[in-house]
Design a protein around this ligand. Structure first.
Ligand SMILES: NC(=O)c1ccc[n+]([C@@H]2O[C@H](COP(=O)([O-])OP(=O)(O)OC[C@H]3O[C@@H](n4cnc5c(N)ncnc54)[C@H](OP(=O)(O)O)[C@@H]3O)[C@@H](O)[C@H]2O)c1
Length: 333
């Protein structure tokens, strides 16, 4: 497993992390057996996957509860724990974000709101520190709450020893610059898969230049890039995949066709399509940490093998070219 530093934080961690959104269940992902989720987190740790990522809003606290259960029977220092603040559903303060499972969720980056979230996260997970605290979504209206104000509170939390490092998620370049100007931002978390590479344009070059890590989420497009999704797949209304571009009925068969074209690569490397796509993601830049979700032991065992694929530069470029062709074909309208 390749170890990578999180920005210039001094925290060195396996470049592959476990995402715990699905573990939170709810209408996004459907209900889970929490014992299996806990076992999956433990299995991840045994496989050397130390970075466990959650958020207050995943399952409206349930993901953090399950992560907390898992932490109780593990040495705390063996886990690099990240969670996210600034999405709250207890009041209508801030900018409206979405409604789900009867909760109205607001983006609220005020010091009071993020402090409240941090205290709830610590309590729910039964820990006295978080390794990386991310702000989950940024103000839609630029400057509604200034990054300086938010960052001021995050820095206080760090000085108090309640968090070890500061991250931000779903940022624009302008907001990233503001966070970085404080010298305290070590990582951003953004969606990036071989089929969705927006951060490559501005955010990744900025991160590379400034020694900031990029933790990439949804690297296998929520399971689609595993190649296990049938062409005619349907799902219930409200499912997390609903409305996602690559999950549209007309796009799934095209993605599957591209994936079938990589059967010689899975043969050559004796690996799965999931492994190819995760490895591809991590090869994009040394500042990338890949964050893949899993909620069952066979899934995390498969995911964990990804970093060991000895992918050649030529195969990396070939996959990129295939994905570029598909993106051009599907996005031309
Ligand atoms: N900052 C943000 O705004 C943000 C947004 C999204 C995600 N995230 C974080 O990033 C993490 C990962 O992203 P994601 O969960 O959206 O997408 P993902 O990692 O691309 O996909 C995870 C899903 O893929 C399926 N899967 C996993 N391993 C598999 C395997 N070996 N074979 C077949 N299917 C497999 C599972 O779905 P099933 O369990 O349904 O089979 C799993 O829940 C999240 O858990 C969360 O921590 C952050």
């Amino acid at each position: 497993m390749e170890m990578r530093e999180i920005g210039r934080s001094g925290i060195i961690v396996n470049g592959l992390g476990l995402g715990c959104w699905a573990i939170g269940g709810g209408s996004w992902w459907g209900e889970n057996d929490d014992r299996i989720s806990v076992d999956t987190i433990h299995r991840a740790a045994h496989l050397g996957i130390e970075w466990v990522d959650t958020a207050r809003v995943y399952g409206f606290g349930h993901s953090e509860e399950v992560v907390g259960q898992a932490l109780r029977s593990m040495p705390r220092h063996r886990v690099i724990l990240s969670t996210k603040c600034a999405l709250q559903w207890h009041s209508k303060e801030g900018e409206y974000h979405f409604t789900r499972d009867g909760h109205e969720v607001y983006r609220n980056l005020t010091p009071k709101s993020i402090r409240n979230d941090l205290e709830l996260s610590l309590k729910t997970m039964g820990t006295d520190y978080i390794d990386v605290l991310y702000t989950h979504w940024q103000c839609r209206e630029y400057g509604l709450v200034s990054v300086d104000e938010t960052m001021g509170e995050l820095i206080k939390m760090k000085q108090e020893g309640k968090i070890r490092a500061i991250g931000a998620s779903n940022v624009s370049l302008q907001v990233l610059r503001d966070y970085a100007s404080t010298g305290e931002l070590v990582v951003i978390q953004e969606k990036l898969s071989i089929l969705d590479r927006k951060p490559e344009v501005e955010l990744l070059p900025f991160c590379e230049e400034h020694g900031i890590s990029l933790q990439t989420y949804s690297p296998i497009e929520q399971g689609l890039l595993s190649g296990k999704i049938p062409d005619d797949c349907t799902f219930e209304s409200g499912n997390v995949r609903e409305g996602k571009f690559w999950w549209r009925a007309e796009n799934i068969p095209k993605v599957n066709e591209m994936l079938r074209g990589w059967s010689d690569l899975t043969e050559k490397y004796q690996c799965t399509l999931t492994n190819l796509c995760i490895k591809w993601n991590s090869m994009l830049s040394p500042c990338i940490h890949v964050l893949c979700g899993a909620r069952r032991i066979p899934q995390i065992e498969d995911v964990a093998r990804s970093t060991e694929v000895p992918m050649s530069h030529a195969d990396f470029e070939r996959m990129k070219a295939d994905a570029d062709r598909l993106i051009a074909e599907c996005c031309k309208d």
